[in-house]
Design a protein around this ligand. Structure first.
Ligand SMILES: [Zn+2]
Length: 128
């Protein structure tokens, strides 16, 4: 039982699980913002320009086709908004500078600071 508990602790405390949990929470909060933008800003705007789109009265016999069309239209609006947001974010992001290869001590092959004159690992003196 203790082994199982330890295994579970290892699993739950893994960095990527915690990262994922943060991602899910932030994603949820972000989703609320997106749906608010769509419901409170975009949909009324579209409604003001083209008239409130509402297909919910369309039925095909017992099939509520209109509700499905509403869901599809909502999805398309959200997808277009998200696409615009992602495009804007990508534009704002500066291309990250390529990471420079770390300097390595010629004696012990450990990573050292760029301007080190003595290796902190093997204490060899280094030519600058
Ligand atoms: Zn060294």
């Amino acid at each position: 039982m203790g082994k199982l508990l330890n295994e579970f602790k290892d699993f739950a405390m893994k960095g990527n699980v915690v990262d994922m949990a943060i991602g899910v929470v932030i994603g949820g909060a972000f989703g609320a913002i997106v749906s608010s933008v769509v419901e409170d800003l975009i949909t009324p705007l579209i409604g003001a320009i083209f008239g409130q789109p509402d297909f919910s009265h369309i039925t095909l016999g017992p099939i509520a086709l209109g509700n499905f069309i509403n869901a599809v239209v909502n999805f398309l609006i959200i997808a277009i908004c998200l696409f615009a947001v992602v495009k804007a974010i990508n534009k704002m992001k500066k291309p990250a500078p390529a990471p420079k290869a770390a300097r390595v001590c010629p004696f012990c092959k450990s990573e050292i600071a760029d301007d080190a004159t003595r290796c902190p690992h093997c204490t060899s003196e280094l030519a600058k």
